[in-house]
Write a protein that binds this ligand. Sequence first.
Ligand SMILES: C[S@@+](CC[C@H](N)C(=O)[O-])C[C@H]1O[C@@H](n2cnc3c(N)ncnc32)[C@H](O)[C@@H]1O
Length: 426
Amino acid sequence: MIKFLPAKLPKDTNIRRIDSTWDYKGEKTKSYTHCMHTYPAMFIPQIAKRLLEQYSKKGDTVCDIFCGSGTALVESRLLGRNSYGIDLNPLATFLAKVKTTEIDNKLLYKTYFKLIDDIQFINDKEITIPNFKNLDFWFKSPVIKKLAKLKKAINEIKREDIKNFFMVIFSETVRLSSNTRSSEFKLYRYAKEKLENYDPDVIGIFKKKAEISLEGMTQFYKDVDKNTWAKVIFGDSSKDNGIKENSIDCIITSPPYGDSRTTVAYGQFSRLSLQWLDIVDESDKVIQIDNDLLGGRATINFNHTLKSKHLQKVIEEIKIKDEKRAREVLSFFIDLEKCIKRAYLILKPQKYFCIVIGNRLVKQVRIPTDFIISELGQLNGFSCENLFVRNIPGKRMPIKNSPTNKVGALEDTMTKESIVILKKIK
Ligand SMILES: C[S@@+](CC[C@H](N)C(=O)[O-])C[C@H]1O[C@@H](n2cnc3c(N)ncnc32)[C@H](O)[C@@H]1O
């Protein structure tokens, strides 16, 4: 195994080092339970693994404060670390929980074959059609019936962990058989002409995904360190989530790159799945998710206490072009600083906080989020130990966007991302 040593860097917030050994171009990223469900801006497992190996040790307790679908938690359990994961998206916490819960493959396969058999015998009278706004807009009527049958069959599984495993696959099936363009994270409906002949094979999609996931879980069951645990918390990382102060040995995370309105809409991505799954009681809450995430509510004024010079500079530049956008960017960093303060509290002294982040473009102004994080970290009790840049060959991100919102005015935004290594001083 190659051991990568952390490079020593001058403690300066204005230096980035390009390190292509972090690219992992062409490598398999869907091993273990990482294959079960798509999620926007997922970690490359190799990155989470390498950060865990470098900045924590076996037996440690680590935390991912924006755990998303749980990539870092899966890797933690494989590497003998206990872990906490926090996220404000209920679909994310559901995925993270299921992906980190090992299940004996013999039982899983047995249940799977029974499930596939059972579906054939469920008739239309037995099913419950979910009741949410625009159901018919997002799903064709035969698809709705088939999904409802699948859901009924899964709900009859007695063991909770096994039922949840198949519910994750069901969630992916919902997305892939809906009228949305599955290559997008935002909800865009297929064009009318495409929909006329659109006839997705719901059960076929489910089976294909289930078989890949069964293999992934078999691998995970075999290699997971059974003495470890992963606890997934549905919560806001800018607040107290019950994790004790000075109790965490390492934080490894990848925050959103900006607010959900103008970057990745995690809530929108999760909406149809959540409306089909029964994990959120009120459908209004599902629609609200994006407002609760970092920068979800724009600040009304510019009187703020963030002392980052890099941030002040870009806010001024964006403000000249568009005041509203400047306020949105500022809100994002106000929320992010609250999370950095909270991270400081839960981390043990002398331990590391590793942040993987991209520098987005707003109104053609490049926001040096990595430098800003480094500065905010240093203003809140951390030293910046390292800051390096990798190319993104495989991360599912919008590679191009329209910085001016003009059709055809595309510009590269996310072909690189930075890894900022902070250390809690005391
Ligand atoms: C880049 S994604 C993380 C992806 C994750 N590394 C993975 O591999 O799936 C960022 C996550 O931050 C979450 N998030 C945004 N604001 C949050 C907040 N205030 N508290 C907790 N989670 C938040 C989003 O729901 C999203 O899942």
